[in-house]
Design a protein around this ligand. Structure first.
Ligand SMILES: Nc1nc2c(c(=O)[nH]1)N[C@H]1C(S)=C(S)[C@@H](COP(=O)(O)O)O[C@H]1N2
Ligand SMILES: [Mo]
Length: 452
């Protein structure tokens, strides 16, 4: 079986692997390409600007969500997984047999993996709840919405592996009572002062539909250790938490896994449930991801000098076996919507007309193939454990519209004086209006205060 470092060394080992496998600039002490939300268990994510650069997320910036250490497989030839529970012939499967094309059909699948904590920062900003707080990094960059990630359906590769369905068939198939498939990871999960294995399950239905994939390659290279190497499960359309990394055991069960991660975590609670009355039975287990989207460009509270159009970019995604059909951006809080172009199953962009000036709120919403769209405000999506922030994403920005002659003239004046419009909060030294101009304008307008 897989052997890891001593328990006391897992922290150090995890940090070492992070430095080896992620693009960062640790030598200068500046983490340039990765925002570290938590250093142990390792929890990091890419910056927004890097996220919109490519359709397929490079491995070295892909987000990481660990709950414990990173297990080590000493000898890949000796590495095997146990397959048991309600299969006809329970047994053991060696990794070297799994990757053998003569034994199992090897496939490639491009998918998007999204953590249920994606965009959590927006819930916390409105009403805090239980769970990860904001780290300085994520506050700085509003980065939790990048805990979205990864792979992309319909493009060239990302994951290479074997359908779980074929593995279960290899063990004689599933008995009629087998309705859920549990996967157990070799890492130790630390939560609330308890230590246990990472064990979750998905409905067997997903496996039959060929939506449960045992992957050993990511973007053409062996699966990085930090992402579950040598072997992980990938379940598209479902929260990242069901995609067990470092898989070493598979069990077919009559019910969902009894593991604490399945029964006590990743539950979606009603809004009146909180620390005062929470019990596990009150929430339902989060599986399918709803339709969601985010604005990555521009950034929150940015001052944008434009010529009547603001360039916006972001991601859109739908889980639950559906796909995104339309992405729309509004500048008036969600009354009038402008259609964005959506490409390659993940990214969208639009130059949205903005005739107005001052603070506006850009809002994005996506529609999926089941004609579902997103709740309009965070309040509607808030839940105690801060999961699945699916509401329309809102980004306030300050609009400076150069297509307005007055604004254009003022901007020229700033330029002549070697001043900048930004930051707008800094008072200006440019002559806003001369005494003569003021008097002439006031004479034309008439007195502005009541007289008599
Ligand atoms: N064994 C194991 N599998 C795991 C986890 C974990 O901590 N241990 N984290 C889960 C969560 S919550 C997510 S979002 C994804 C993250 O996958 P990544 O780190 O490769 O991006 O892995 C899931 N699988
Ligand atoms: Mo997650």
């Amino acid at each position: 079986m897989a052997l890891g470092p001593q328990l006391k060394d897992v922290h150090e080992e995890s940090w070492k692997i992070f430095k080896e496998e992620k693009r960062n600039n640790m030598l200068t002490g500046v983490v340039t390409f990765q925002l570290v939300v938590l250093d142990f268990p390792m929890n990091c994510e890419p910056r927004r600007a890097d996220l919109v650069k490519s359709h397929i997320t490079p491995n070295d910036i892909h987000y990481v969500r660990n709950h414990g250490g990173i297990p080590t497989v000493q000898n890949i030839d000796a590495y095997s997984i146990k397959v048991g529970g309600l299969v006809k012939n329970p047994g053991e499967l060696f990794f070297k047999d799994l990757v053998d094309p003569a034994k199992f059909p090897q496939e490639e699948m491009t998918v998007t993996l999204q953590c249920s904590g994606t965009r959590r920062v927006e819930q916390i900003a409105l009403y805090p709840g239980e769970g990860d707080g904001k780290s300085e990094d994520s506050e700085d960059e509003f980065s939790s919405y990048f805990r979205h990630y990864a792979y992309n359906r319909n493009l060239r590769i990302t994951q290479r592996g074997v359908q779980m369905k074929h593995v279960l068939e290899h063990f004689g198939g599933v008995l009629p009572e087998g309705l859920h498939v549990e996967t157990i990871g070799a890492d130790t999960y630390f939560k609330k002062n308890k230590v246990f294995n990472y064990a979750v399950s998905i409905p067997y239905r997903k496996v039959k539909m060929e939506e449960a994939f045992l992957a050993y390659e990511m973007n053409g290279v062996p699966l990085p250790r930090i992402h579950g190497g040598p072997l992980r499960l990938v379940v598209p359309g479902v929260i990242g938490a069901r995609s067990t990394k470092w898989v070493y055991e598979i069990n077919v069960l009559p019910e969902p896994s009894m593991g604490p991660v399945q029964r006590q975590e990743y539950l979606y609670y009603p809004q009146q449930v909180g620390k005062q009355n929470v019990t596990y039975d009150k929430g339902f287990s989060i599986q399918d991801m709803p339709v969601s989207s985010a604005i990555l460009v521009p950034k929150d509270k940015e001052v944008i000098v434009h010529d009547g159009y603001i360039h916006c970019e972001g991601w859109a995604y739908s889980g639950g076996g559906h796909w995104v059909e339309r992405v729309e951006v509004s500048i008036d809080g969600g009354f009038i919507w402008h259609e964005a172009s959506y490409y390659t199953m993940r990214l969208w962009k639009v130059d949205v007309p903005v005739p107005v000036e001052g603070w506006i709120e850009l809002v994005v919403r996506a529609w999926n193939s089941a004609i579902n769209t997103q709740p309009t405000i965070v309040r509607n999506a808030w839940n105690w454990t801060l999961h699945v922030t699916s509401s329309a994403h809102r980004v306030p920005v300050y609009s400076v519209n150069r297509s307005r002659p007055e604004t254009a003239a003022r901007l020229r004046l700033f330029e002549e004086h070697g001043e900048s419009i930004k930051p707008i909060t800094f008072p200006t030294d440019v002559p806003i209006q001369s005494e003569e101009e003021y008097l002439a304008a006031m004479a034309k307008r008439g007195p502005r205060e009541p007289s008599g």
